[in-house]
Ligand binder design. Structure first.
Ligand code: CU
Length: 213
């Protein structure tokens, strides 16, 4: 009896330990991006068949030290983005993307200001925003309404990057957006793996591998 109880505890202990070592938890996609050259600075992974992201979350895009703090904000059409100037110098935020129909300019944003901009342009696009005062400043706004999304910030010295995305059973259409690359769409069901090429200007620059448990 004593031995059995001990053994059971040992087995439970092992199961718990193995649980900790399991590479991906339930309801997750784990992805690996491999680039042949330098990766871009940022990307967006999301499940395109979810449309539950709230319009009232009011995401912030902050400016400090002459940079946009967030490389990308995700906001569905109809949401309002707050452009915040947390710097001690004037800034501006503008976009001019004819394909998406995004054309705005918040004017002069003085230190401490917070200016709202509604996402009025095309759904499911990623646009570049800049600052007319500091031409090197750059960020992206994704008009994406999926709750299951992740902004991926790349370490540009690394050619391989892993990410994880929590996904419920109800969604299966994975999309990846990378600046200047062709968008990737992969339908992936639980228990499956998939690979796709990363293509820029008609050439293969890398690959993406997904595993869904
Ligand atoms: Cu600026």
């Amino acid at each position: 009896m004593v031995f059995n109880a001990f053994r059971r505890r040992l087995l439970l202990g092992c199961a718990f330990f193995l649980g900790l070592l399991t590479p991906i938890a339930a309801g997750e996609i784990s992805g690996t991006l491999s680039f042949e050259k330098k990766p871009p600075s940022v990307g967006l992974a999301y499940m395109a068949d979810d449309h539950g992201l709230s319009k009232s979350d009011n995401p912030k895009l902050d400016q400090k030290d002459q940079q946009f703090i967030q490389p990308m904000v995700v906001a569905p059409v109809g949401a309002k983005i707050s452009f915040v100037n947390s710097d001690n110098t004037d800034h501006n935020v503008y976009a001019a993307d004819a394909d998406a129909g995004a054309d705005f300019d918040i004017g002069l944003a003085s230190p401490g200001s917070e200016i709202e901009q509604e996402v009025t342009w095309q759904d499911d696009m990623v646009i570049k925003v800049g600052c007319k005062i500091h031409p090197k400043m750059r960020a992206y706004v994704a008009s994406v309404d999926s709750r299951y999304h992740q902004v991926i910030e790349f370490d540009r010295t690394q050619k391989t990057h892993n990410f994880r995305l929590e996904v419920p059973a109800s969604v299966s259409v994975f999309r990846l957006w990378l600046p200047n690359y062709e968008p990737v769409e992969i339908k992936i069901e639980a228990g499956k793996e998939a690979t796709a090429q990363l293509i820029k200007k008609g050439k293969i620059y890398g690959s993406i591998t997904l595993k869904r448990n």
